[in-house]
Design a protein around this ligand. Structure first.
Ligand SMILES: CC(C)(COP(=O)(O)OP(=O)(O)OC[C@H]1O[C@@H](n2cnc3c(N)ncnc32)[C@H](O)[C@@H]1OP(=O)(O)O)[C@@H](O)C(=O)NCCC(=O)NCCS
Length: 167
């Protein structure tokens, strides 16, 4: 059975390869430090059959949003600054890409964002896409590109709630 759990020393970080050096290095060298320092939180996708093998990982943190960077119909609803959850990193091991594991972790990140929304208040989930293909991937989940920088995308809280309700 597939499980998403906090990254720990037990997991084989060296064995993970998603095809992107920066994302591999972050998992190997930085993710645990950032969790320990309270900067972000990384969780990994594993299978009970081989619980040390990392199939994918997702990192989320918090972000302060300058709201006039949002599309106008959202910008006008908010004061000049607000808070969001940032989907900082999302990656799936090369041999298991395109099986829906990325989508599984995306939904997990959306649930995490909803927990923050319900306990502290956020306006949505934010992500920086590393290229236009990644941007297309995020748009599938309802993310909207920001007008001045379409590589930055925003999933409004109402869309997020709606998407999770449909699950
Ligand atoms: C991007 C990534 C997280 C998607 O996870 P996944 O489990 O492979 O994707 P899913 O199975 O959930 O979704 C598959 C669909 O997403 C799209 N997709 C998958 N990887 C993609 C990528 N790198 N760029 C754009 N679209 C992608 C495909 O259109 C695919 O649909 P198809 O099977 O009909 O062609 C994963 O492929 C990955 O780790 N890639 C390398 C690292 C990376 O680029 N991360 C994004 C950082 S911004």
């Amino acid at each position: 059975m597939l499980r998403i759990e906090p990254l720990s020393r037990r997991h084989d970080r060296e064995g993970f390869d998603c095809g992107n050096l920066e994302l591999n290095d972050y998992l190997r060298h930085t993710a645990r430090q950032h969790t320990d320092k309270g900067l972000s939180r990384t969780e990994v996708l594993v299978n009970d059959d081989a619980p040390d093998e990392i199939l994918g990982y997702v990192t989320v943190g918090l972000a302060e949003i300058i709201t006039d960077t949002l599309p106008p119909r959202y910008a006008k609803k908010y004061p000049s600054k607000a808070h969001g959850v940032k989907l900082a990193r999302l990656a799936v091991t090369k041999s298991r890409q395109r099986e829906g594991l990325g989508a599984l972790m995306m939904i997990h990140a959306m649930r995490r964002a909803l927990q923050v929304a319900d306990s502290a208040g956020i306006i949505g989930l934010f992500v920086d896409a590393k290229d236009t293909a990644a941007g297309r991937y995020y748009r599938r989940f309802g993310f909207i590109p920001l007008p001045d920088d379409p590589q930055k995308l925003f999933l409004p809280l109402a869309t997020l709630r709606h998407a999770l309700h449909e699950q």
